[in-house]
Design a protein around this ligand. Structure first.
Ligand SMILES: Cc1cc2nc3c(=O)[nH]c(=O)nc-3n(C[C@H](O)[C@H](O)[C@H](O)COP(=O)(O)O)c2cc1C
Length: 326
């Protein structure tokens, strides 16, 4: 057992962690959540769709928008524009997408620690809001730079870093290297959050034992499974009460989460099309009996309310199958 609870973060994930999903994850036990990465080029030009990505709500405290960019003046302008609403601003140096890296942003910047430091320093100087950083181990060409960067960022006054234990070149292949995260944890005094391949209580515990990290961040393991945060805390003995879904039945927990996601979406996005709904419908039902057949039907449902209801009906039917207990 890992006696000392550490904060559990819902990882920022484009196309997944919309505001309703972040609030849902919080209700399921996530301690912190971060918006999906949003381009400083869009935010600094007041682009409406970029600003929609950094919407929040009083229930999401602290509110942490994540930004990325390759141009320091756009990053500074963005920080200044976000300052009044953000509790913390997170900067992304982890995105491997070619269209981001081509603009010398995201994980591409890890090849040049000086540029990372210059950008973060300018952002810190522009605001009183704490700045945090999320990065990969390095680019994968040449030695990894995350350790050097973290040490230098500590000197600049960064509050916390999160390290995904893969390189840019790896994208999502291979295994996250928690041992390299441990070296970083041991080399600084600021909190280092470990990220990569945590999918349940067992892997959460192993990651903590290997890294000694100050917190854990969970991405793919929380897609369609926001209840993972409750499960980890419960299984590691971090005294949590009963979950909001009552009993630990897979179908009933997913049904509760789905209904709550729909409720939060209709409250928060009323009149706005939820572009993530279908993706969530697929992931909430992944691996469950008869789900692939039901999902075929989803492709022919254009109306979002009907899509929500169809998944709800499917999960309701499943709750009647008692053998699906955890
Ligand atoms: C669909 C998807 C979207 C992602 N979008 C972002 C993002 O916007 N910002 C970011 O820092 N990382 C993003 N990531 C990376 C995750 O935050 C996380 O670092 C990565 O998935 C490794 O953690 P995991 O093994 O728990 O999934 C994304 C990952 C996925 C799968």
């Amino acid at each position: 057992m890992y006696e000392q609870p550490v904060p559990l973060f819902l990882a920022p994930m484009a196309g997944v962690t919309d505001l309703a999903y972040r609030l849902l994850a919080r209700e399921c036990g996530a301690d912190l959540s971060i918006t999906e990465f949003t381009a400083a080029s869009g935010l600094s030009r007041h682009d409406a769709s970029s600003w929609l990505k950094v919407e929040s709500d009083h229930r999401e405290k602290p509110f942490i928008p994540q930004i990325f960019g390759g141009d320091i003046s756009e990053m500074v302008t963005t920080v200044e524009l976000l300052e009044h609403k953000a509790d913390i601003i997170d900067i992304n140096f982890g995105c491997p997408a070619p269209k981001v890296c081509r603009n010398n942003a995201g994980a591409a910047l890890l090849r040049s620690p000086d540029q990372v430091i210059e950008m973060v320093r300018a952002c810190i100087n522009a605001t009183n809001v704490p700045i945090t950083v999320k990065m990969r181990l390095g680019t994968g060409s040449g030695p990894n730079t995350a350790l050097e960067i973290t040490q230098r960022l500590e000197d600049e006054g960064v509050e916390r870093v999160c390290v995904h234990g893969r390189t840019l070149r790896q994208r999502y292949s291979g295994e996250a290297d928690w041992k390299q995260i441990k070296e970083i944890v041991d080399s600084v005094d600021i909190p280092v959050i470990a990220n990569g391949d945590i999918i349940d209580a067992k892997t959460a515990l192993s990651c903590l034992e290997v890294t000694g990290a100050g917190g854990l961040m969970i991405g793919r393991g929380a897609i369609g499974r926001p209840m993972i945060f409750h499960e980890i805390k419960r299984d590691l003995g971090w005294s949590v009460g009963k979950p909001p879904w009552g009993d630990d039945n897979i179908a009933s927990s997913r049904l509760w989460c789905w209904n709550r996601y729909l409720e939060l979406s209709s409250e928060l996005y009323s009149g706005i099309r939820n572009k993530n709904l279908k993706r969530h419908a697929v992931s909430f039902t992944k691996g469950l009996p008869g789900a692939s057949k039901m999902r075929v039907e989803l492709h022919s449902i254009a109306d979002q309310e009907k899509m929500g209801d169809r998944v709800k009906q499917y999960l309701e039917e499943l709750t009647e199958i008692e053998t699906l207990t955890l």
